[in-house]
Design a protein around this ligand. Structure first.
Ligand code: 5GP
Ligand code: MN
Length: 335
């Protein structure tokens, strides 16, 4: 990214759209809202647009009530994108990750700025800040503001938004992407007003009885294949329906498998009858790349140790396919 050119672009008031991937997570919402607050403070007319709904546990992040969802506010979103002088795409690097919003974004000739930490970025953006070693897009928003010499403009709200995404994408500061710099950034965010204890509680202590029951089902369905150091979980649409499923309820379940001693590769398969797909989340420890695995077999991608994908087969056929692929990776999974 040529920071001088970006600085020049931001030197006069603009209509700016900030958007992120489908099924936004803490990093997607946190980075979008942090950037929204920052750009607004510079005098821009900024709008955050998500392709669709996000989990309830994010419905308190500062500025969240201003977000437009393409799935709900279709007309308004289209006109915002039409009017935009600049579009920031955060926490994704391929327009196909934006669901139904993809065709609207693909049609515009506006200047795109990408800020993202996923593998293998596409080239739609004129300005790209892509770094696969970063813990989170939120950390990159901090460094972006730093590059623009504006760290003193980070308010308590901005610090809170950034903290959310760093925390959720690092599994509360434990994954390999967590560096000493990440900790220094987080320390500064606390100094700038992020209420760390409160943020952890707001995101993680939000179980409902139904969600806990669903976790019980996930644990019941959990299977381990010791010869491959693999664990996997499947959840059917019926199981979701019987437990009053709400968006975000299955967040983190894939890590239950990964927490088993010896397991290096964990998967969860969740049936989505509405979309006619099985949504897949993959996690690994160490050298095994779930990004590659997902790209090769399940139309997805992501990071080295955390990726997602999908399947158009039935739930049981998807699990069968997954198991049938494992022998190819036997050596890699036994190192
Ligand atoms: P999760 O399993 O939490 O949904 O996603 C793990 C990581 O993989 C996230 O960084 C997410 O953005 C990415 N990811 C999830 N689903 C997909 C997908 O279908 N395609 C690609 N390319 N990345 C995905
Ligand atoms: Mn992220």
């Amino acid at each position: 990214m040529n920071i001088k050119e970006v600085k020049e672009l931001l030197s006069s008031p603009k209509n700016i759209v900030i958007t992120t991937h489908k099924n936004p997570d803490g990093d997607a919402i946190g980075s979008s809202l942090a950037l929204h607050h920052y750009l607004s403070s510079l005098g821009h007319n900024a709008t955050v647009i998500t392709p669709n709904e996000y989990p309830n546990f994010l419905k308190w992040v500062p500025g969240e009530d201003s977000i437009l969802k393409y799935s709900h506010n279709t007309k308004e979103v289209k006109s915002k994108i039409k009017e935009a002088d600049l579009i920031f795409t955060l926490d994704f690097n391929h327009l196909s990750r934006s669901g139904d919003l993809e065709e609207v974004l693909a049609k515009t000739e506006t200047t795109f700025i990408m800020i993202d930490h996923h593998q293998q970025p596409d080239t739609y953006a004129k300005h790209m800040y892509s770094d696969v070693d970063m813990s989170s897009t939120c950390q990159m928003i901090y460094h972006f503001i730093e590059k623009l010499d504006d760290l003193e403009k980070i308010t308590a709200d901005i610090a809170t938004c950034i903290y959310v995404g760093i925390m959720t994408d690092t599994g509360s500061f434990r994954y390999r992407s967590t560096t000493s710099t990440t900790h220094r950034v987080v320390a500064d965010l606390i100094d700038k007003g992020a209420d760390n204890t409160n943020i952890h509680e707001s995101i993680y202590d939000t179980n409902t009885l139904s969600r806990l029951r669903l976790k019980g089902i996930a644990l019941n369905n959990l299977k381990v294949l010791p010869e491959y150091n693999v664990a996997y979980i499947h959840i059917s649409q019926d199981e979701l329906d019987q437990n009053n499923f709400r968006k975000g309820d299955t967040e983190g379940f894939v890590n239950l498998g990964l927490s088993i001693e010896g397991v290096k590769f964990a998967a969860i398969f969740i049936e989505n009858k509405n979309e006619g797909i099985i949504k897949i989340s993959l996690r690994s420890k160490g050298d095994f790349s779930v990004n590659e695995f997902s790209r090769n077999h399940f139309e997805g991608g992501g990071h080295h140790n955390a990726a997602g994908g999908k399947s158009n087969l039935s739930l049981s056929k998807t699990v069968e396919k997954f198991i049938s692929i494992l022998p190819t990776y036997k050596n890699a999974l036994n190192q």
